[in-house]
Design a binder for this molecule. Structure first.
Ligand code: PGA
Length: 252
């Protein structure tokens, strides 16, 4: 049985005061109604150390939204695995479609970051997903398979035990358009089958594959009840404790 992982991607929202308020709202709700899933919050870099302090004693885990593939050096504006670990992170989102779209991140770079994260005991949440044009051309499987092969290239079976895959159709992110549970399940099943071909069935069966893209309180339960959907990567709806909490509660 895979334990579901519900992760909140705060994106570029919340300063220190907003972080304090959102974490307080979330931890009090989870204390009152313990989650059956692993819950992860991914605030901006500037809020990580504060969030880590505020989360002491809480079951909520901490993640970052990006990471450098380098250990250290003259890389202005970058953040290393070591800095993330020191700030209390256990997870890091890699290859989010916004990083791919606005910052030119490609599978090869995402793969280098994933290798660095795993070597540093950070669990990478590696994002893949097709654009609307690609879905309309009927090449979703081809696009997502190419991404999966690229981002997992050179990872061993044991590396795979720390990998989380997030399938996020680009057309569903921040648009209010969600893949139907059947559409999402179909791609998740394809991803799991591909992982079984690249590794073996036990590895594929153990891999957590999250869905992301306009996950909301009213669609979470149906998405999360699909066989191959093992959690959610939540953007907009994670910024309010009530809506994030109802998505968390939808994970059985
Ligand atoms: P959304 O974002 O839930 O606002 O669509 C999801 C994501 O970008 O991870």
């Amino acid at each position: 049985m895979r334990t579901k992982i519900i992760a909140g991607n705060w994106k570029m929202y919340k300063d220190l005061a907003g972080t304090t308020e959102l974490i307080a709202g979330l931890t009090s709700r989870i204390a009152a109604s313990p989650a059956r899933a692993t819950v992860v919050v991914c605030p901006p870099f500037t809020s990580l150390a504060l969030a880590s302090t505020l989360l002491k004693g809480s079951p909520v885990r901490l993640g970052a939204q990006n990471m450098s593939q380098h250990d250290e050096g003259a890389f202005t504006g970058e953040i290393s695995w070591n800095m993330l670990r020191a700030a209390g992170c256990e997870y890091v989102i890699l290859g989010h479609s916004e990083r791919r779209q606005y910052y030119g991140e490609k599978d090869e770079l995402i793969n280098a970051k994933a290798k660095k994260a795993i070597a540093s005991s950070l669990r990478p949440i590696i994002c893949v997903g097709e654009t609307l044009a690609e879905r309309e051309q009927g090449i979703t499987d081809r696009v997502v398979s190419t991404q999966i092969r690229g981002v997992l290239s050179g990872l061993s079976r044991s590396d795979m035990s720390s990998v989380v895959v997030a399938y996020e159709p680009v057309w569903a992110i921040g648009t209010g358009k969600t893949a139907t549970p059947a559409q999402a399940q179909e791609v998740h099943q394809m991803i799991r089958k591909l992982i079984s071909q690249l590794y073996d069935w036990p590895t594929a069966d153990a891999t957590v594959i999250q869905y992301g893209g306009s996950v909301k309180p009213d669609n979470a339960a149906e998405l999360l009840s699909q066989n191959d959907i093992d959690g959610a990567l939540v953007g907009g709806a994670c910024l309010k404790p009530d809506s994030f909490m109802s998505i968390i509660s939808a994970a059985k």
